[in-house]
Ligand binder design. Structure first.
Ligand code: ADP
Length: 629
């Protein structure tokens, strides 16, 4: 039979495995056992609703069989099995799994750092070639008549042909390589080694992993002076079968948890936080949840799918159960197991399940509590978390008409003009100067930009504290929050900051009246909504603010969205009456209107740039500057 060639990317993976200098070859067993367990999961799930499967939970098993003479190790399962076509598709190319996505993304690194990557991530079926010179996969799919045999000796391709097999499931036969000088592959044929490897990597697999072990015993009735011994074989279960989330907290090491997390969620970094729930009550369930320390693949895209793995009765029911997590905590990964779920219904129905909603509510509360605790007790860790997922919390706050406000508002932290660590708004209000009446906030693209906004000058002079906001969503979140306790918000680039005494207020009013003609002239020249004498400035000549609902930052936010006719802010140019430049423009209006108009455009350009807006006509602006020089 003609050999078929592996697809290019698979071939590369395969070459990597065959030529691997990796010392940790033993992980091939973890990979094959994990595949076997997945295959059993699938059939076990079917058997819940389809009695014709004829197997019950206790019948499922994974068997390791050694034939020392033939130098083979066989990993067998009575799972779902594969058709000839599936053998071809699944083993001829690297599967379309999470690990593949990872492998693709890191193709370059893979080439360079095989050792590191293999150590960190599942490498799948192909890892068999690290220890075997030839691999056969004999498989019979559930519901099919015949069986098929896939065979490959590595680089030169593979064959698939019809075969016979009594029972449903898959046997993966590894022809273990010959020992070489510094490498004993023969160890993979020893039952004590297999036991060690299974304990190390696959202990929590929920189906028994069985192997025949040869033991010695005293022949019954033999002389106690001169005892006789005989050999016999016994089938041993190598794994404890208790999944991590079912084991007592004290029995599970951090290392085991991190390893579990890494293998299941393809994240090289250990999680920031592990949350264990053991709930008894209306619905009992156990959960092991993880808050990642790095952004999950494609996290802030619409392709990202949230969800937790849902188990019941030791069987995985749904791989990614979205209903278990609210949108605002969609970064959480992990497993939930509840034996209380009504299982004899389809997945669709299960999703409607009331019990599921109870679990989801409980989970949400617990995540909230753990995050709050992290914020109070492990500030540094929380800041790492917030850097990754703070925006998610803010989006959560503004979504669904603000119904998550209570859950999320005290999880938000901000930089402030005091510098130092980020604080919650409650903390900010608690520590702001006694004479400060409002929560002042300033928005912009970066801390540096916000810090240098002229709009904040007067506030700083008074020693007031300003909240810095640098995410697009921030202002929407402020709108949703409305106030913190009895303190309301004031946007330094929009609102009346109420910084003046009655007298000063009167003065500004008069100054606006006195300069009415000048202000109107500038307004006409620039085509802005208003021009005013400012009460926010100290050393700067001008600044840009806005009237109405749409703020300057909102305008930028909308402008970045696709489409046209985005809402725009009503722009206001504010002038500092105490600045030397104000005198210049005032004089110019009296003597040379054209010059006055140039000054106005020059100052407006400045205000735009500082506020982070592009100039309408940069070339014209440069010309103007040269002209005035
Ligand atoms: P992964 O497990 O990451 O998907 P693998 O290369 O290990 O990648 O396996 C490829 C695919 O082959 C699996 O996704 C599965 O569909 C199938 N497969 C592997 N081993 C078995 C098995 N023992 N029984 C049934 N299907 C299997």
């Amino acid at each position: 039979m003609a050999k078929k060639q592996f697809k290019t990317e698979s071939k590369r993976m395969l070459d990597m495995m065959i030529n691997s200098v990796y010392t940790n070859r033993e992980i091939f067993l973890r990979e094959l056992i994990s595949n076997a367990s997945d295959a059993i999961d699938k059939l076990a799930y079917l058997s819940l609703t389809d009695p014709s499967v004829g197997l019950s939970r206790e019948d499922f098993k994974i068997t390791l069989t050694v034939d020392k003479a033939a130098r083979t190790l066989t990993v067998s399962d009575n799972g779902i099995g594969m058709t000839a076509e599936e053998l071809e598709n699944n083993l001829g190319v690297i599967a379309r799994s999470g690990s593949l996505e990872f492998k693709k993304e890191h193709a370059e690194e893979l080439k360079e750092d095989t050792v590191g990557i293999i150590g960190q991530f599942g490498v799948g079926f192909y890892s068999a070639f690290m220890v075997a010179s030839k691999v056969q996969v004999l498989s019979k799919k559930y519901g099919e008549e015949g069986a098929s045999l896939w065979e490959s000796s590595g680089g030169d391709g593979y064959t698939v042909k019809p075969a016979s097999k009594d029972s449903v499931g898959t046997d993966v036969v590894l022809y273990i390589r010959e020992d070489v000088e510094d490498e004993s592959y023969g160890m993979f044929l020893e039952s004590y080694e297999l036991r060690r490897i299974v304990k190390k990597y696959s202990d929590y697999i929920r189906y028994p992993i069985l192997t025949d072990v040869e033991r010695t015993r005293r022949v019954e009735g033999s002389d106690s002076e001169k005892p006789e011994f005989e050999k016999y074989t016994e089938t041993e279960t190598l794994n404890s079968m208790i999944p991590l989330w079912r084991r007592n907290k004290s029995e599970v090491t951090d290392e085991e948890i991190n390893e579990f997390y890494r293998d299941n969620y393809y994240d090289a970094e250990p999680p920031l936080k592990v949350i264990r729930i053991d709930a008894e009550g209306l619905v009992s369930f156990k959960a092991m949840l993880f808050i990642p320390a790095s952004l999950p693949h494609g996290y802030y895209t619409k392709d990202f799918e949230k969800g937790l793995q849902l188990y019941s009765g030791g069987v995985m029911i749904i791989d990614r159960c979205a209903e278990l997590l609210p949108e605002h905590f969609r970064f959480v990964k992990g497993v939930v197991e509840s034996d209380d779920l009504s299982l004899n219904i389809s997945r669709e129905l299960l999703q409607q399940d009331k019990q599921l909603r109870v679990i989801a509510q409980n989970i949400e509360k617990r995540i909230k509590r753990e995050l709050k605790k992290m914020l109070d007790e492990e500030k540094e860790t929380y800041e790492r978390f917030f850097k990754l997922f703070g925006i998610q919390l803010k989006y959560g706050l503004v979504s669904d008409f603000g119904i998550h406000k209570e859950t999320l508002s005290d999880l938000l932290i901000y930089h402030t003009s005091r510098g130092g660590e980020q604080v919650t708004l409650e903390k900010y209000v608690e520590t702001m100067p006694a004479e400060q009446k409002y929560i002042y906030y300033a928005c912009g693209e970066s801390l540096e930009k916000v810090e240098s906004l002229p709009q904040t000058e007067k506030l700083r002079q008074k020693g007031f504290d300003i909240v810095y906001m640098t995410d697009e969503i921030d202002e929407f979140a402020v709108e949703m929050l409305g106030s913190v306790g009895d303190k309301s918000f004031k946007n330094v680039s929009r609102d009346d900051l109420e910084l003046e005494s009655e007298d000063e207020r009167e003065q500004t009013k008069q100054s606006n009246e006195l300069n009415r003609e000048l202000l109107d002239f500038i307004k006409e020249t620039l085509g802005v909504s208003a021009v005013r004498m400012s009460s926010r400035l100290v050393t700067h000549p001008v600044c840009l603010t806005s009237d109405g609902q749409i703020t300057l930052e909102m305008e930028k936010y909308f402008a970045a969205m696709p489409g046209e006719n985005h809402p725009k802010a009503e722009r206001v140019l504010e002038l500092n009456g105490d600045h030397r430049v104000f005198g210049l423009i005032k004089d110019a209006v009296l003597s040379d209107m054209e010059l006055a108009a140039k000054y106005a455009r020059l100052l407006y350009g400045q205000a735009l740039l500082i506020a982070g807006f592009p100039l309408d006509d940069p070339a014209g602006y440069c010309e103007l500057v040269c002209d005035l020089l």
